[in-house]
Design a protein around this ligand. Structure first.
Ligand code: 5GP
Ligand code: ZN
Length: 135
């Protein structure tokens, strides 16, 4: 399940070289070329799934397990003070490469990066409407 036109398929499967931190049969973890912070890395499945919606449940579970393991190792080795897991789906959500990937972003006191949002102020009624819509 590879996509010939996908750069992350090529990187994950070793056709394009990358700074690899970890590799097994299903995944490659690489350093991001445009890092938010020192050590910013990406978990790439070797098979092509465009986004979270396409990801099989079993792969999704393995991604989280691997993210946890990498976060532990990277925190220990880099001495970072915190950690963000970020995963974008769709252009409006900031996805720019349409091969599923999980960002591993070490955070350092005073690193000046912002990963967040402007909080809204919904009423209890509005929250209830949304809750009903999702159920
Ligand atoms: P997205 O915006 O889709 O969630 O994240 C794409 C990420 O991939 C960005 O952080 C970007 O810096 C990174 N990226 C894009 N192309 C390459 C590449 O060829 N190699 C590596 N290592 N990272 C890449
Ligand atoms: Zn791909």
């Amino acid at each position: 399940m590879k996509n010939e036109n996908c750069i992350f398929c090529k990187i994950a499967n070793g056709e394009i070289p990358s700074k690899t931190l970890y590799e097994d049969e299903e995944f490659r973890v690489i350093l991001d070329l445009g890092p938010a912070t020192k050590g910013h890395a990406l978990i790439l499945p070797k098979n092509h799934f465009a986004n979270l919606y396409e990801l099989p449940d079993e792969t999704a579970a393995k991604v989280m397990r691997l993210a946890k393991k990498m976060a532990g190792t990277m925190t220990e080795k880099l001495g970072c003070d915190g950690f963000n897991l970020v995963q974008n789906n769709g252009e409006c959500a900031g996805q720019t490469v349409f091969h599923f990937h999980m960002h591993l972003i070490p955070r350092y006191e005073g690193d000046g990066q912002k990963i967040g949002w402007k909080p809204g102020e919904p009423t209890q009624e509005e929250l209830e409407e949304i809750r009903k819509q999702i159920l």
